[in-house]
Design a protein around this ligand. Sequence first.
Ligand SMILES: Nc1ncnc2c1ncn2[C@@H]1O[C@H](COP(=O)(O)OP(=O)(O)O)[C@@H](O)[C@H]1O
Ligand SMILES: [Mg+2]
Length: 230
Amino acid sequence: MYKLQSQEVYSEDERIRNMIKEVESSLFSSIEDLLKSQRNNIGSGNTAEVHHHDTNPGICMKIISEQVLLDRFDGVLPPFNSLSVEIDFMNRAAEHSGIVKTPQAYGHDIFEDEEGNKVHVLFMERLNAVSIRDIHNNLASLPKNFDMGLFFAELQKFLENLNEAHVYHGDIAEGNIMIDLETGHPRLIDFGKSKLVFSSEKPEHSDISDLKRVRRLLENKVNSLTNSGK
Ligand SMILES: Nc1ncnc2c1ncn2[C@@H]1O[C@H](COP(=O)(O)OP(=O)(O)O)[C@@H](O)[C@H]1O
Ligand SMILES: [Mg+2]
C-alpha cells in the first residue's frame, strides 16, 4: 500500500483540481495494478509510463516508479529531474511557445510504500499528438497536413530561443517530439533531463544537432514508406 508523501497542484482550474484529488485517492491502492496493466497506457519512455485519466481523456499522468527503474537499471537509479524541476522547465518552455507547444503541467505527487519505494506522478494536459518514435515504429501515421521543412524549422527556432534563455532540453529524441494530429505542428515533451546552462559551460548534448538526427530518421521513414507505396 502506498501513502501520499508530497503533493503540489498548480492548476487554478477547479475541475482539474477536483479530478487530481479524485485520482490521488484511488492511486494509493491502484498504482501497482496501473503499472502492470496496459489499459489507458498512451506511451512509455526510458523512465516513465504515461496513462490517460479514466474518465477525462484530456488529462494524463506520467508515472515514474523507482522500483521499476531499479529493476531495469541493475539496482542503480538513473539520473532524472525531480517532477517539480521537470514542471519548472515545462513552465519555462511554455513562455516561449508559439507554433510549437508543450503540455500544460497541472501538478505532481510522490507516493511511498512501506519499504520507502517511491512513485512519482506528474499530472499534465494530454496532447492530441503522435510521437515521431511511434511513427518510426509503424504504430501511428503522419498527419495529412504534415510539412517536414516547416516542422523542423519551427522546432529549431523554438529550441534556439530556449537555449538563448539558458534552457537546454537535453533529450531531443524521437520519443520526445510529437506531431499535433490536427495542425501538424510540433509538440515538445519530456523535460526530465533538461538543464539550465550558462555561457561559460558547454552542454553535453546539443539540442540542435540531436534535432538533425531526428529529422534524418523521420525523412528516412517517409522515404521508405513512399518507396514501398504505402
Ligand atoms: N502530454 C502527453 N500527451 C500525450 N502523450 C504523451 C504526453 N507525454 C508523454 N506522452 C507519451 O508518453 C511517452 C513517454 O513520455 P516521456 O515523458 O517521454 O517519458 P520518459 O521520461 O520515460 O521518456 C512519450 O513518448 C509519448 O508517446
Ligand atoms: Mg521521453
